[in-house]
Structures are given as structure tokens and as C-alpha cells.
Ligand binder design. Structure first.
Ligand code: BES
Ligand code: MN
Length: 459
């Protein structure tokens, strides 16, 4: 391993400048005016993969391309095969005025690299690519075959990836998937993530009068859509922070003592957390710790809320409509489609006959949970320990990577989640950054992982 670790250390400045090149592409999948940038980013990534010694192609899909890069297969030998998944698309950078440095002009300050996508997910997938480069460029034989699948639609629901997996089931057949697209509590607390929440999205719209009306002349004689929407949303949760949609908690598996103990081992200070979030007091479902609330319990969040006049000054109207964007985060046992059905039924029941209600169902993703004691998980924990030189923890994440369930369904394999993002990386927020120590340790971890995982497959 030493030549590999030396190579990683010696080439670090170049790796950082390559990450800057990668982050410079505004590969925003949610915004159609960036589709050219998305494609250019895929092309750059594929040629970067070629330059480090992989065979790479930009694979067309009905949406954004998938970059596929492989190591050369050892002749005559059937070796374990692992898939490394990541995404090169990024969240929109808005609101731009809150960025201290422009989102697509990557800027290194000390050991932090600022830019949209630096952590989610370009830095994390590049860390794996640099690990493979270190094998290939030092002439060290990899113990296994690797295929990188780096897609361009993760931030908008991975619509093309399942089709891509099905169409390429044979060449993608593998022993396990490895993903670094989650977080760890700190560089002193490396962790393996064994669970992700699922997601179910919907949009609620309340229509009232055929146009905005003078609120003095007409107000009082008809229902106000903004009021009705507030009442509807208010009826979705109770004072104890529980979601009140009948059936919502159906099937939710209770947390085992083992799990509660693992989650309680994660570093956490209520005061520091509250300050970090900028809220005067924390709030959540009663009976659970904040870590449990945000990673292992289901929730319903309002992501967007719109009605009436939003401009400067006052405008006295009864708005013609009101709407809200909602996502529910789900845990094992819950079925996204069922939960959506329950939510729609409940909203319909709550809605008065004075307005017209439309509920549009959005994207869905199943929750994910794997055993942290499998041979694969143990291999991951050993690689974390060796790279970070600290005992790794076990954690669950509140975020979602719906595609992991497609890996299970279509390729029949489990996913090892080895995230490298830190809590203050500002994912999806202004001033996103990636920690360069996390980048370096992540590359080491990846390099050390392949022998461990290869050995685990045999067991
Ligand atoms: N990388 C995140 C997911 C994530 C981040 C999981 C941190 C755990 C910890 C991913 O890019 C993401 O944001 N996913 C979306 C999925 C959605 C668009 C279906 C999410 O969780 O909101
Ligand atoms: Mn991501």
C-alpha cells in the first residue's frame, strides 16, 4: 500500500486543482439553460477518467448522460467487481447574493474548497477516482474490477438511471455498490451509514376566486385560498410533532435498543447544534433525540409556500390561489406510494367545499437500511479505521439516495455508504465547500477499501 499512499500525498496539489476544474462546470440539472454545461461536465469527466487509465464513455440517456468508466479487466481471471456510483450534477446555486465567492469559481481558503457541488458530489466521487489513479499510475495491481457510474440527474430524481441499469444489467453485474454521497459527524468521527430515509413529494394547490379580488370589497364573503391552505397544512401535524395523516406511521419499525445505542454514540451537543442551525430552540417529534428525529423517524416538511402578493409594500387582495410544495421523509416499513395516497385522502377530507383543491403527486424513493454487521460493512469499517486512524461509528442519514434501491432491485446488490461530507459543508445551501482533509482521507479510504472488500466477497 505504501507506494499508493505516497502517490496520493505527493500529488495532492494537482488533485485539488483538478477538483477546481470539475467544480467550475455549472452542471445544474434542475435548470434547462444549463443543459450544455451538464453535457460539457460529463465530457470533461469522461476524458479525465481516460487520462488516469480507465476506459470511459459518455452514455446517452433520455435525460442527462451517464459517465461510465472501467478498469481494465484481468485476463482469464474472474475477480470481484464493484461499482462506484456518484453524480456530477449539482443543485441550483441560488440565492447568489449569499455566496461569499461565486459558486462556479472554485476558491480554496485554507483547507476548504468553496463552490457549488464541491462536496455534493464532485469532491466525493473524485476522491474515489484519485484512489484508482494511484493504483494505475504506480503500477499496483488492483485486487478487483471497478466500474464507475457517475450520473447527471441525481439532484432531480435520477429519472434515467433505472433504465440505464436495466439496459446494462450484464456489464454492471457486480458484488456491491460503493457510494460516497452522505456525511460524517467530523473528521475525528468517521462513520459508515447503514440507513437512508425515503422520500415522497407532493404539491398542494388551493384555487378560490377566478382572479385576485379587492379584500375590502369582497373579503368576508368568500373563502381565502391562503387561509384554507394554512388550515390544511396546520392539520397535518400535532403539537407533539407527530404527522396526523391517518396511516402515515403504518409499518414504521420501532428503533431497536442496539440502534438507539449506536445513534447515541454519535457526537452531539444540543447547544452547538442549535447555534449551528441559527434557531432559538430545537423542535421535533417528542420521545426521540434530535439525531433520531432527523435520521430514523419519518417527517413531513413544507419546502415551499406561495400565495398572494410578495412584492414591496402592501396590496389588499384576496388571492386567487395558494400552493405548497411538500416532501415527506420515510423510514423502513413505509411505502412511498401508500403514504402519498394517505396524504391525498387526508387533504381532501380536510378541505372545505369553498375552494377547489388539487394535489399533484411528485417523485418517490424508498427508504434504505442494511445490516451494519455484514462482511461488506465490516470491510468498510476497516478501511475507515485504517484511513482516519479513529474507530468508525455507525449512523443513519436523513437524506435520500433513492437509486440505492434500484441497485438492489435491478442488480441484486447492497450498497456501502461511505460519505465524506462534513456537517458544515453547506450541501444545497450557499457557500457549499469540501474539506480538503476529507478529500485526502477519502482517497486513502478508497484505496484501502478495495483489498478489504475483495477479501469480504470471498467470505
Ligand atoms: N447527497 C444528497 C443526499 C444526502 C446528503 C444524504 C447528506 C445524506 C446526507 C443527495 O444529493 C440529495 O440531496 N438527495 C436528495 C434526493 C431527492 C432529490 C430525491 C435529497 O435527499 O433531498
Ligand atoms: Mn448528492
Amino acid at each position: 500500500m505504501q507506494p499508493i499512499l505516497d502517490y496520493l500525498a505527493a500529488n495532492e496539489p494537482r488533485f485539488v486543482s483538478e477538483l477546481c476544474d470539475y467544480v467550475r462546470f455549472p452542471s445544474v440539472s434542475a435548470q434547462s439553460n444549463h443543459s450544455g454545461d451538464v453535457r460539457a461536465c460529463a465530457e470533461w469527466l469522461a476524458s479525465h477518467c481516460t487520462s488516469i487509465g480507465l476506459t470511459a464513455e459518455v452514455h446517452k440517456t433520455p435525460g442527462n448522460p451517464v459517465v461510465v468508466a472501467r478498469t481494465a479487466r484481468a485476463r482469464g481471471k474472474r475477480r470481484p467487481h464493484f461499482l462506484v456510483y456518484g453524480h456530477y450534477d449539482v443543485q441550483p446555486p441560488e440565492p447568489l447574493e449569499l455566496w461569499k465567492t461565486p459558486p462556479f469559481e472554485p476558491t480554496v481558503v485554507g483547507r476548504k474548497l468553496f463552490g457549488r457541488g464541491a462536496s455534493d458530489n464532485k469532491g466525493q466521487n473524485l476522491a474515489h477516482l484519485k484512489a484508482v489513479e494511484s493504483y494505475l499510475k504506480t503500477g499496483t495491481e488492483l485486487p478487483c474490477d471497478l466500474t464507475f457510474v457517475i450520473e447527471g440527474e441525481e439532484e432531480v430524481g435520477s429519472k434515467s438511471l433505472a433504465g440505464f441499469l436495466k439496459a446494462n444489467r450484464r456489464t454492471l453485474a457486480c458484488d456491491a455498490v460503493v457510494i460516497s454521497d452522505t456525511g460524517i459527524p467530523s473528521l475525528k468521527h468517521p462513520a459508515l451509514t447503514y440507513g437512508l430515509r425515503g422520500i415522497a413529494a407532493l404539491e398542494v394547490r388551493v384555487d378560490g376566486p377566478s382572479r385576485d379580488l379587492h379584500s375590502g370589497i369582497y373579503g368576508g364573503s368568500l373563502d381565502n385560498p391562503a387561509w384554507v391552505l394554512c388550515q390544511l397544512l396546520g392539520g397535518l401535524r400535532d403539537a407533539r410533532g407527530r404527522v396526523t395523516i391517518p396511516g402515515f406511521y403504518q409499518g414504521v419499525e420501532p428503533l431497536s435498543r442496539f440502534e438507539r445505542r449506536q445513534l447515541a454514540r454519535l457526537p452531539f451537543s444540543e447547544v452547538a447544534y442549535r447555534k449551528f442551525l441559527g434557531v432559538p430552540k430545537l423542535s421535533g417529534e417528542s420521545g426521540f433525540t434530535p439525531i433520531e428525529q432527523r435520521s430514523a423517524r419519518p417527517t413531513l416538511e413544507i419546502n415551499g409556500l406561495t400565495s398572494g402578493y410578495q412584492g414591496q409594500g402592501s396590496k389588499t387582495i384576496v388571492p386567487a390561489w395558494a400552493s405548497a410544495k411538500i416532501t415527506m421523509r420515510l423510514v423502513p416499513g413505509q411505502l412511498p406510494q401508500k403514504v402519498l395516497q394517505y396524504a391525498v385522502a387526508h387533504l381532501k377530507k380536510l378541505c372545505p367545499p369553498t375552494v377547489r383543491l388539487t394535489v399533484e403527486r411528485g417523485h418517490c424513493g424508498d427508504p434504505y437500511l442494511v445490516s451494519p454487521s455484514s462482511e461488506m460493512a465490516q470491510a468498510g469499517l476497516r478501511a475507515l479505521q485504517a484511513a482516519f486512524q479513529r474507530p468508525p461509528l455507525l449512523m443513519r442519514e436523513g437524506g435520500s439516495i433513492p437509486i440505492v434501491n434500484d441497485f438492489k432491485r435491478i442488480l441484486g446488490v447492497d450498497t456501502l455508504l461511505l460519505g465524506l461530507a462534513l456537517p458544515d459543508d453547506n450541501l444545497h445551501s450557499p457557500n457549499e465547500k469540501f474539506d480538503l482533509d476529507s478529500f485526502a482521507l477519502g482517497s486513502r479510504m478508497s484505496a484501502l477499501l478495495w483489498p478489504e472488500l475483495t477479501a469480504a466477497v470471498g467470505k
